[in-house]
Write a protein that binds this ligand. Structure first.
Ligand code: 173
Length: 489
């Protein structure tokens, strides 16, 4: 694709990411740095046509930047003490396995950790503060045990279900994650295409690297998509996004309510604190805090004043789309959501990227379902209200535990991003197939022929709030937040 030259001089002072990062690329090809973190129509929508100077004349660009965001070197030499307490030095030569060798969602994560760009891996894998919640999200699944039933004629099992009446081949959806091109040059359309192949629902992120329309256009006829929404301080913009989504056939709107400010993700911040822009900023020459990362820069439009009283207006604007609050973290707010006419909630702490010590969504399910029932919801006579959870899911057994405890379906975010970043659309498709295979086997083994048969009595939750045991996933793949001055890779 032909690259273009733009004059952004007048925009320097307004750039949310600061002027220095633009000046660093002045006269050079900024595509690689720019693309993952800006929507494709940002220039078209915001830069006067007189500043579009025309296509790059081949051969006139200086050699590419030496500080490149990708790809990470295969040879990594830093011995790292892992969360599990073992000293694990990454191998000198890393040979990326073929897709056939990938057996579980953990495998994608292990490959991603070794092959993704440092910037991409640090952005996706990071959690807030000490990452206690990020780990707890996953650990909580290890404290719920099955009470399997036998002799139930499980020759046929059907794990398909529906979300708000829309069919899905299994009780999961691909949840919204921002900036997909940090992982793969095609970005989130990989997720759209794989979702189509497997008849699962994709939640389109507001802050994707691909445009909303690219993701809708990539869908097959009849494919169901939801939209995750950050509410803009400028409500006319938000309403425009909502009505465009409704026109394009989006079925549900998931309003993110757990991010009035972006959490501190130190792994991510450490990557951003490299390069000249940050050095200048440290010397006080840049008034924007670039050490907070690109995510902070592009999220400055999110309205921290959003409150319960705004929901009526948003629901009206949604014109028949279902409206769900994503990021509810206690039963009181679950009840308030139902009382405010919402169609559902996602119990979520944003994958442990926001408030550290927010509880695991799985652990919240019992108190949330019981409070909703006591308040007259979740009965055959009350308006339909669906509960979703996300965070820490790696196995179909994780999903089945959440279903048994009252969830309609479970959002999967990072594992899909890791599959996409390592093997593109094919990788995501394989990840979804792995989950299907796991559902098929585990439904049989717990003695449930349909999702309706996955009931509370199939799980033992006595230990749900007890101590944190060791965790194989983090022993294998967790990358510790390193102290200042130590580079991960
Ligand atoms: O978790 C995130 O990184 C996230 O939600 C986000 C928010 C704003 C901009 C980029 C990412």
């Amino acid at each position: 694709m032909a690259r273009h030259v733009y004059d952004v001089t007048d925009f320097l002072d307004e750039h949310p990411g600061g002027a220095d990062i633009i000046l660093k690329y002045a006269g050079k090809d900024a595509t690689e740095e720019y693309e993952p973190i800006h929507p494709p129509d940002a220039i078209k929508d915001n830069l006067d046509p007189s500043k579009h100077l025309g296509p790059v004349i081949p051969g006139t660009l200086p050699k590419p930047q030496t500080i490149s965001p990708s790809p990470a070197p295969a040879a990594v030499q830093v011995p790292q003490k892992r969360a599990g307490g073992t000293n694990d030095t990454l191998p000198e030569e890393y040979v990326k396995p073929s897709l056939e060798e990938i057996l579980s969602l953990h495998d994608f994560e292990a490959v991603a950790r070794r092959t993704m760009s440092r910037r991409g891996w640090n952005y996706y894998s990071s959690g807030a503060d000490d990452e206690i919640t990020m780990r707890e999200n996953h650990n909580a699944f290890h404290r719920v045990w099955f009470r399997p039933r036998v002799l139930r004629d499980v020759s046929k099992v059907d794990y398909s279900t529906s979300i708000f009446g829309f069919k899905t081949s299994m009780p999961i959806y691909i949840t919204a994650t921002a900036l997909g091109k940090l992982g793969h040059p095609e970005g989130e359309v990989c997720l759209t295409k794989a979702a189509a192949e497997h008849d699962v629902i994709q939640m389109i992120p507001t802050l994707a690297s691909c445009s909303f329309d690219e993701m809708v256009d990539a869908a097959k006829p009849g494919q169901v998509q939801f939209l995750q929404l950050y509410v803009n301080a400028d409500r006319t913009r938000t309403k425009k996004i909502i009505s465009h989504a409704a026109e394009r056939g989006v079925k549900a709107l998931f309003i993110t309510v757990d991010a009035p400010q972006l959490g501190r993700r130190e792994k991510d911040m450490r990557t951003k604190f490299e390069g000249t822009a940050s050095a200048q900023q440290a010397a006080g020459k840049d008034n924007f805090r670039r050490d907070q990362g690109a995510a902070r820069a592009i999220s400055s439009f999110i309205d921290p004043s959003l409150s319960w009283k705004d929901l009526k207006e948003l629901k009206e604007a949604a014109k028949g789309m279902k409206v769900v609050l994503k990021g509810v973290q206690c039963w009181e707010d679950a009840v308030l959501a139902a009382q405010h006419g919402m169609d559902g909630i996602v119990l979520s702490n944003h994958g442990g990227r926001q408030l550290d010590f927010s509880p695991s969504p799985l652990a919240l399910l019992p108190s949330v379902t019981s409070a909703l029932r006591q308040n007259g919801y979740l009965s055959p006579h009350s308006p339909p209200f669906e509960i979703f959870v996300d965070g820490g899911v790696r196995r179909a057994t994780d999903v089945l535990k959440a279903i048994a405890l009252g969830a309609t379906a479970v959002g999967i975010g990072r594992p899909m991003i890791y599959a996409m970043s390592t093997y593109g659309t094919e990788g995501v498709s394989k990840a979804l197939q792995i989950l299907k295979d796991e559902f098929d086997m585990n439904m049989r083994l717990i003695g449930a022929r349909t999702i309706e048969e996955v009931v509370p009595s199939m799980v033992e939750t006595g230990a749900l709030f007890q101590g944190i045991g060791s965790d194989t996933m983090y022993d294998a793949n967790y990358e510790k937040i390193l102290p200042v001055g130590v580079k991960a890779r």
